[in-house]
Ligand binder design. Structure first.
Ligand SMILES: [Zn+2]
Length: 258
């Protein structure tokens, strides 16, 4: 097996935490290696030239050296700082949600997923350039579900497999999709979903970002879609937290920053 002493990566900074006296531990999502953590030596010193490149949301080009257990940042160059994401609390909160969702669903040993990296970078760019944050975030969530293997089933009943008709339906987080009214009345823990919200989600699931922008959902549909997606993510995250992958991470001494 070849061990490279040093690697160059494109990375989005997910978060950072204090490390030792003056260092910083940064959690990165990289195009070349997926998620990884690296130590930036002296990054908390006022004179540090690395610090500014390692703020959350920054798209940065890094030179990393393989240390004994963690990578060490040896060089950092900002590609895009996305400064506007730090201008308001709402923006910062939205961007934080975007990086946190990825951080919580993706593990370090999973390796590279350049498409996921591009989705993350594009989403931060959309948010920083004044695109509708609601749309940018919902689009990100929908594509993320595809990548994570949780693409919601919206065309056939997730219980009986029959084609979904044009009427109000139910949605099951457990089954990962729409449940027809016939099955729905006998099953526990279902959320209702209106025909309008279902239509929007179906269009959304099959559309590019540019196409998604053309649909004009009503405020009610927006609220309903947001509640449904948030509910589904919360459910998946709770399930992930109980999974072996998470336990492995905890046993490995994973330290999470607030
Ligand atoms: Zn059914």
């Amino acid at each position: 097996m070849t061990e490279f002493r040093s690697i160059r990566v494109h990375a989005i900074v997910l978060r950072h935490a204090d490390w030792g006296e003056a260092d910083r531990l940064v959690t990165l999502y990289t195009r070349e290696q997926g998620k990884l953590r690296a130590v930036a030596k002296g990054a908390r010193k006022i004179t540090s030239r690395k610090a500014g490149h390692l703020e959350p949301f920054t798209h940065v080009k890094l030179q990393l050296a393989r240390g004994r257990s963690l990578f060490i940042v040896t060089q950092a160059d900002t590609i895009e700082a996305f400064l506007s994401l730090r201008e308001t609390l709402v923006m910062t909160g939205t961007a934080s949600y975007v990086v946190e969702v990825l951080d919580r669903f993706v593990y370090e040993e999973e390796g590279a997923n350049p498409t996921l990296f591009r989705l993350l970078a594009e989403t931060l760019k959309r948010l920083s350039t004044g695109e509708d944050p609601w749309l940018a975030v919902r689009y990100y969530e929908m594509r993320l579900l595809d990548f994570l293997g949780f693409r919601p089933q919206l065309f056939e009943c997730a219980n009986c497999g029959r084609e979904i008709k044009a009427e109000d339906q139910f949605f099951s987080f457990l089954a990962g999709g729409v449940i027809c009214p016939r099955c729905g009345h006998g099953l526990p823990n279902l959320t209702s979903i209106s025909l309008d919200a279902l239509k929007y989600l179906r269009h959304f699931q099959r559309s590019s970002y540019a196409e998604s922008k053309r649909a004009q959902p009503t405020p009610d549909v927006r609220d309903e879609v947001e509640r449904l997606m948030q509910g589904y993510f919360t459910y998946l995250l709770e399930r992930e937290l109980n999974s072996p992958g998470f336990l492995k991470q905890v046993r490995g001494g994973y330290k999470s920053s607030p």
